[in-house]
Design a protein around this ligand. Structure first.
Ligand code: FAD
Ligand code: SF4
Ligand code: SF4
Ligand code: SF4
Length: 383
């Protein structure tokens, strides 16, 4: 029996899932069990589309189909929160299992705060997340830095501070620091992200801390809720998942890696925000001057959700036919999300004019937070 706070190594009992899984397939096996046993009615996971740069959210109701969703896609820059909302809206009583990164989890919590998602209907299997890479930049990086045709790459991973590719004819890795100093590597919001282990999910799963003979063949699972504990216990009892005690040295290593990632995130926050600070509003004015009013930033923001319509069409925020829109369109949007931006990067990722929107909203959010936190004696960039 496990309880909230416990940490174990876990892997799939089924040989196919064990092989296809990123680190032993525990997540896929747990989702299969949740579906088979009726704990959930469907599972939302992610599978490879056209190639490894194409991560496709996939709804599964047949447990056997889940094997196709095993594995991690680091060039998938998607956010699942609104997909979950759409599913729950159109399936009024259904319960859903979802694999979530930290940003997916935060997006769901923001939607729940706005009564748009019922967390009780969700079973959240969290994955630790060191970051994701934009598909377009990933292709360019592989061509320019690795000197490999991106279409020949069949596997990518981020491990021990390196971006690693496997391709027809070999494998290669380059340090993330080196790539990022040259403008490649993880998305800029991911560099600033401090939510590496999603402890607000039911289970937090990852490869950090798996050492010894299980390294690469098992997932480190931190139990984060009673729901997560029940799922793990039931799946083990049914023979779907196998577990072992986490190695104490592995627990220590995982803690150190998480700490190092948080320091790195704070370093990027400092670097990005200090570069903006001298002329924040001037920079916002110049950059948003390219806006073509497509509203993608609003449509895809998990926080903009309740008032999105007020920003569109011929509303009090914008005038029909006016491009770029009056700068107040952007300033009002930043003001309305200023206390809730989760730094998921969707607005920036999906802006056709490459306006660094997430940087702006994250900087404003962090500035607002630090005004309160300085009163509590917290250092800037501490969360
Ligand atoms: P599997 O059984 O292979 O299941 C993996 C699950 O992840 C599947 O449900 C799949 O659909 C889903 N998935 C794949 N890609 C995505 C995506 N882009 N977004 C949402 N869900 C997805 N662990 C660490 O300890 N440190 C890290 O730095 C780290 N970074 C990660 C970054 C990303 C973008 C992802 C997706 C995962 C990361 N992980 C990290 C978790 C790790 O790669 C494994 O997913 C985890 O150990 C579980 O392994 P498994 O074999 O049990 O999972
Ligand atoms: Fe991972 Fe954070 Fe980037 Fe989301 S924002 S993909 S949790 S690093
Ligand atoms: Fe995500 Fe951008 Fe919305 Fe912030 S403003 S929550 S980064 S989409
Ligand atoms: Fe303007 Fe970019 Fe937002 Fe589209 S996504 S409305 S171009 S800022």
């Amino acid at each position: 029996m496990v309880a909230k706070g416990d940490m174990v190594y876990a892997w799939a009992a089924d040989a196919d899932v064990l092989k296809k899984g990123e680190c032993g397939g525990a997540i896929t096996a747990l989702q299969q069990y949740a579906l088979k046993s009726g704990m959930v009615d469907a599972v939302l996971a992610v599978k490879k589309g056209q190639d490894i740069y194409d991560a496709v959210p996939t709804l599964v109701t047949n447990p056997a189909d889940l094997a196709e969703t095993a594995g991690s896609l680091h060039c998938g820059t998607l956010l699942l929160s609104k997909v979950v909302k759409d599913y729950l809206d159109s399936n009024k009583t259904a319960r859903l299992g979802v694999t979530v990164k930290g940003c997916d989890t935060m997006g769901l919590i923001e939607l729940a705060k706005r009564n748009a998602v019922d967390l009780d209907r969700l079973l959240l299997l969290g994955v630790n997340c060191g970051g994701s890479v934009s598909p377009v930049l990933a292709r360019k990086m592989i061509r320019d830095k690795f000197e490999v045709d991106p279409d020949l790459v069949h596997k990518e991973e981020i491990d021990k501070g390196q971006f690693i590719i496997e391709y027809e004819g070999g494998h290669a890795g380059i340090k993330i620091d080196e790539l990022e100093d040259e403008g490649y590597g993880r998305r800029s919001n991911c560099r600033r992200c401090l939510y590496k282990v999603p402890r607000q999910a039911d289970l937090a799963c990852g490869n950090w801390g798996v050492i010894g003979e299980r390294a690469g063949k098992a997932t480190f699972v931190e139990v984060c809720s009673e729901k997560g504990a029940n799922l793990l216990d039931a799946a083990v009892a049914a023979g779907a998942v196998k577990t072992d005690a986490a190695n104490p040295k592995g627990i220590e290593i995982r803690g150190k890696v998480e700490g190092a990632m948080l320091n790195l995130g704070n370093k990027w926050r400092k670097k990005n925000f200090e570069a903006l600070a001298s002329d924040l509003w001037g920079t916002i004015g110049r950059e948003t001057g390219r806006c073509i009013k497509c509203y993608s930033c609003i449509e895809n923001c998990p926080v903009c959700f309740p008032v999105a319509e007020e920003f569109k069409g011929n509303s009090r925020m914008v005038t029909s036919g006016e491009v770029p829109p009056n700068p107040m369109f952007h300033l009002r949007r930043f003001a309305h999300i200023s206390d809730s931006c989760i730094n998921c990067g969707q607005c920036e990722e999906l802006c056709p004019m490459d306006i660094p929107l997430a940087l702006f909203s994250h900087a404003i959010r962090t500035e607002g937070d630090s005004a309160f936190e300085s009163k509590l004696g917290k250092a800037p960039y501490a969360n």
